[in-house]
Design a protein around this ligand. Structure first.
Ligand SMILES: [Ca+2]
Ligand SMILES: [Ca+2]
Length: 506
């Protein structure tokens, strides 16, 4: 420092004060920018733990993500903020929990009061406001209006690829020959060329951005829309999987010890349909194929990064917006507070450091925002929730006492620690699972006297204050919660369907 001042004084004598200042500032700002890491932000839609690196299905083939998991920190006990695309992404990208924002269900952004969102700074916006060029393609927020909306989009993105995605022709696949219900519920290969697949186009866009000569640090967001329904992708990825596909191990009558509010989350109609004609087999196969297809797209982007000059200074964060049931607890899709729906792939790689290993502590996708801000040296807005995970990147074995908190509707919460899951619904009914001995969450221990203390301890993590539900722009609200207490309806529907299918369980 002293030496610097001496040089500065000498410089003032020699070349004049103003000229030096210009040099000093331009020099400082250039080296400042070069020190900033780039961010490759990979968002996946609806991928559960049926991947190689999370070992949720032994036949899953995901070599590219498996490699990433080894190169960085693989959070093996990571959970979504809410088990649905809309609320999960809203909370992650704006950095605020549903119980603090009041944004519990899905919203139609075009019908929302703009001032509601204007008080939040989205993650890409934060980077843009701090000197980054921000690029985006595919599903980042929920819905394209959210992702690249006319007004907000300019705040968030320096450039986005939505106009190209908008021109893609509809994918061709034989949905009428299948057992699904129309284009959105199909489980078969596509017949379109690769260039017509949105995820392929998004991957190509990312490759192109990575080949550019950047003059400022970049935040590149790629949002893959698979494995989200319909489960369709090129034939090649179906061909990876031999028959038969191992079905998940499902306990008969698993729902019996679950309170009604919890049972209302089960998707019994889908389960009922898929039990016919071995259809679950086709669903599982198509889902695994789509996971492999997503993995291939990720591989192309990573290859482009490795070939670029940015490989040593680009942080990669990979996450899926929530998990997925494949028949467990009579459920298909997400929308529940059980492990299948809340557990997600979540990997962070920082090539500037050698952070590596599996972290088994419970973490939340709510932590993405503060962690990335910290890693890039940016000041996060004061309202932002979640935790900085840097200590667990440095030491993945470090014990962590804070749980992951999952919210599904107002007053329905799941508290997940390393060892336990505690669910409490709006009507005060409960579930308690001991993961260390029951990773499938088969045995609800909430009524057992010997676990009263554990339950109480877990309950101390329940949020003390809850924001009221934001009504403006509210769209899909498919939750039985404090704002939609259709408990009787849910109860009736469950009994009706259960009586119809019960014999197949026994
Ligand atoms: Ca999703
Ligand atoms: Ca059970």
């Amino acid at each position: 420092m002293k030496k610097g001042i001496q040089i500065l004084l000498a410089g003032i004598k020699q070349i004049g004060f103003s000229l030096l200042l210009i040099q000093l500032f331009s020099c400082t700002s250039q080296s400042f920018d070069q020190e900033k890491p780039n961010i490759l932000f990979i968002a996946i839609d609806d991928m559960n733990d049926w991947t190689g690196f999370l070992k949720g299905h032994q036949q899953a083939i995901t070599p590219n993500m498996d490699k990433l998991a080894k190169q960085g920190v693989n959070f093996t006990n990571a959970h979504c903020i809410a088990p649905a695309c809309g609320p999960s992404r809203t909370a992650l990208l704006f950095g605020i929990e549903p119980y603090r924002s009041g944004l519990y269900p899905f919203y139609d952004q075009m019908k929302m009061d703009q001032s509601l969102l204007a008080k939040y700074v989205s993650l890409p916006q934060l980077f843009k406001e701090n000197g980054y060029a921000t690029y985006g393609s595919g599903k980042i927020h929920h819905g394209r209006e959210w992702s690249f909306r006319k007004n907000g989009g300019q705040r968030e993105w320096t450039e986005n690829n939505q106009a190209v995605l908008d021109t893609l022709p509809e994918l061709i696949y034989d949905y009428q020959g299948g057992f699904g219900n129309g284009r959105k519920m199909a489980f078969c290969p596509t017949k379109s060329p690769l260039e017509h697949h949105p995820d392929y186009v998004t991957a190509q866009y990312a490759e192109e951005v990575l080949q550019r000569n950047h003059t400022q640090p970049f935040f590149l967001a790629v949002g893959f829309v698979k494995p989200h329904l319909p489960f369709v992708c090129p034939q090649k990825y179906f061909d990876l999987y031999p028959n038969p596909i191992e079905p998940p191990v499902i306990k008969a009558n698993d729902l019996v010890d679950i309170p009604w509010a919890g049972r209302s989350n089960a998707k019994l109609n889908d389960d009922f349909n898929f039990r016919k004609n071995d259809n679950w087999q086709k669903v599982h196969r198509a889902y695994l194929a789509c996971n492999s297809w997503t993995d291939a797209n990720i591989g192309w982007v990573i290859d482009a990064l490795k070939k670029s000059t940015y490989r040593n200074n680009t942080i990669i964060v990979l996450w899926s917006d929530h998990g997925y049931h494949q028949g467990e607890k009579r459920s298909f899709r997400k929308f529940s507070l059980w492990e299948e729906a809340t557990r997600v792939p979540f990997i962070i790689i920082d090539p500037r450091n050698n952070y590596q290993g599996d972290c088994g502590e419970a973490v939340s996708l709510q932590d993405v925002y503060p962690t990335l801000a910290e890693m890039a040296g940016l000041q996060k807005p004061n309202y932002v929730g979640g935790m900085n995970l840097l200590p667990w990147l440095k030491d993945p074995a470090k014990p962590k006492k804070q749980p992951a908190i999952i919210t599904w509707g107002r007053r329905n919460f799941s508290i997940r620690t390393r060892e336990w899951r505690y669910n409490r619904y709006f009507d005060k009914t409960e579930e308690l699972y001991h993961h260390a001995s029951d990773h499938q969450e088969w045995n609800n221990l909430a009524d057992k006297a010997e676990f009263y203390k554990t339950k109480k301890e877990m309950a101390t993590w329940l949020p003390k204050n809850e924001a009221p539900l934001v009504l403006q722009g509210k769209a899909l609200h498919n939750i039985v919660d404090a704002d939609q207490p259709s408990l009787e309806k849910a109860k009736e529907a469950w009994s009706r369907i259960n009586s119809k299918i019960k014999p197949s369980l026994e």
